[in-house]
Design a protein around this ligand. Structure first.
Ligand SMILES: C[S@@+](CC[C@H](N)C(=O)[O-])C[C@H]1O[C@@H](n2cnc3c(N)ncnc32)[C@H](O)[C@@H]1O
Length: 237
């Protein structure tokens, strides 16, 4: 399915980097927080031989992810379960690694999600995730646009994010600023969305979600201006 089931920036290469940082290999028990259509869940199981459980909030995505996983015969090692990352349906100390990609920006209480990651990790296990950050506070209008178009919660700076993870009781191993890496990726994505809208317009079909499109254009601008950006954080229990 790749790249259609990879709803994060940088595709499989970005997932390989998370796998490396989280020390994922054959038999590693992994949880993917906010798994979407399960692309990362299947990839980690298929490429690394990991045993992966994705936690996903939206029922229609869970159903789609499960169908896709069955289609490729990975259902014994790649599961997607319906759940909220602020209250994860997995036992204490039951996984070796937790990953998440560009999703905590949608979660109302990120500290709670990180504390859940800590709870389900075994001692020495790793949390490795990517997410949005605000290098400077957004104007009220921009914050509203991000919420209306993409359900983005209030964002935090890189130092505040580090403090949040430490405050949840994990040891931060690395914090990498991905803003420059994301710049060209986001521009390409926007060009793709614009191409698709033009094709739809020419075919006389609905153009898609205008609020999303408007907020995405502004998002890309804000990243080029480095007001918004991305990070990868790796932490250990
Ligand atoms: C941008 S998508 C990323 C999907 C996936 N991580 C990927 O890279 O393809 C964000 C996903 O987070 C899910 N989500 C948002 N809040 C959640 C929560 N509190 N618990 C679990 N999933 C959540 C959404 O339903 C959506 O599928």
């Amino acid at each position: 399915m790749s790249p259609h089931d990879q709803d994060h920036y940088g595709g499989l290469k970005a997932t390989d980097e998370l796998a490396r940082q989280a020390k994922i290999g054959s038999g590693t028990r992994v949880a993917d927080f906010c798994a979407g259509l399960g692309g990362t869940v299947r990839y980690l199981a298929y490429k690394y031989g990991a045993n992966v459980t994705g936690i996903e909030f939206t029922p229609v995505r869970v159903a789609g992810a499960q169908d896709l996983t069955k289609l490729v015969g990975l259902q014994d090692v790649a599961r997607i379960v319906e759940g909220n990352v602020m209250d994860v349906p997995l036992a204490d100390a039951s996984v070796d690694a937790v990953v998440s990609q560009e999703s905590f920006c949608h979660v109302p209480d990120v500290k709670k999600a990180v504390m859940e990651a800590k709870r389900i990790l075994r001692t020495g296990g790793r949390l490795a995730f990517t997410d949005w950050v605000a290098n400077e506070p957004l104007s009220a209008a921009d914050a509203q646009l991000m919420w209306d178009g993409m359900a983005i919660q209030p964002l935090r700076s890189i130092p505040d994010y580090r403090r949040l993870v430490e405050g949840a009781g994990l040891e931060v191993l690395s914090v990498t600023d991905l803003t420059d890496e994301w710049g060209p990726i986001l521009k390409d994505r926007l060009a793709m969305y614009q191409r698709l809208r033009e094709e739809a317009r020419q075919a006389g079909t609905p153009l898609g979600h205008d609020a999303f499109h408007e907020s995405y254009i502004r998002f890309v601008e804000l990243v080029q201006q480095r007001k918004l950006g991305g990070i990868r954080i790796v932490a250990a229990k």
